[in-house]
Design a protein around this ligand. Sequence first.
Ligand SMILES: CC(C)(COP(=O)(O)OP(=O)(O)OC[C@H]1O[C@@H](n2cnc3c(N)ncnc32)[C@H](O)[C@@H]1OP(=O)(O)O)[C@@H](O)C(=O)NCCC(=O)NCCS
Length: 203
Amino acid sequence: MIFFFFFCRLTNVFDGSFSHVPMVTKLRNGRSVTVNYMTEGQLTEMYCMIQEAAQCGEGYGIDEFESEVEFRMEIKDSDCFSISCKETGELLAGFIIAVSKFYRGHGAMADPFVIVRRTVRLQSLGEFAMRTAIDFATYLGYFGMYVDTFTSNKAILRIIEKIGGFQKVGVLPVGGKLQGGQIVSSVIFIKYLSATKDTMKVS
Ligand SMILES: CC(C)(COP(=O)(O)OP(=O)(O)OC[C@H]1O[C@@H](n2cnc3c(N)ncnc32)[C@H](O)[C@@H]1OP(=O)(O)O)[C@@H](O)C(=O)NCCC(=O)NCCS
């Protein structure tokens, strides 16, 4: 019952203004996937995937989320989406469009959390998830997106390079802690989102 209070807000979802899901599409490898709002159960699955990634030193810090409750609190004003196999319904990947803390106001900059189930990596799901997160953040009216990633995360760095339009804007020498205690640096990118690019001035 406690999760009732930490349920994702799914910002524009419940008022019916976000009409882009459910969306069925084919990946480059021919696999059909459904993108939809994340269910409560899928959110728990995503948390478990993030914890597993953290244990393996992949993309998330070992002390980034102490518990599922803390994870849910962190993303409580976020828009959470699942990418599932169209045939089986299995959750393959997830992406969350959170509000970035690097903007000292509310709601202007998005911060995407992306994860792909370990067993289905290297099948273009990660790139698809990031591209869809960018599209949805644009539809949701974000001005831009900050991506902050460990400098050791070759996969996401490759995805950012492939998608294009990201500018590297900073490095944090102490970005997070890996399993085993090793501190890793983070790199921060910005991407301006097309729908709002011309409506705000950047100095
Ligand atoms: C990052 C992640 C989402 C990538 O998912 P994926 O489905 O395996 O990625 P894709 O198949 O779309 O690969 C996209 C590109 O990255 C490359 N790539 C993927 N994993 C890689 C790795 N470990 N090392 C180097 N390149 C990698 C692919 O080869 C591909 O490039 P190419 O088209 O030039 O061959 C996945 O590894 C993951 O969930 N990691 C843990 C969580 C994480 O790091 N999230 C991001 C936090 S900022």
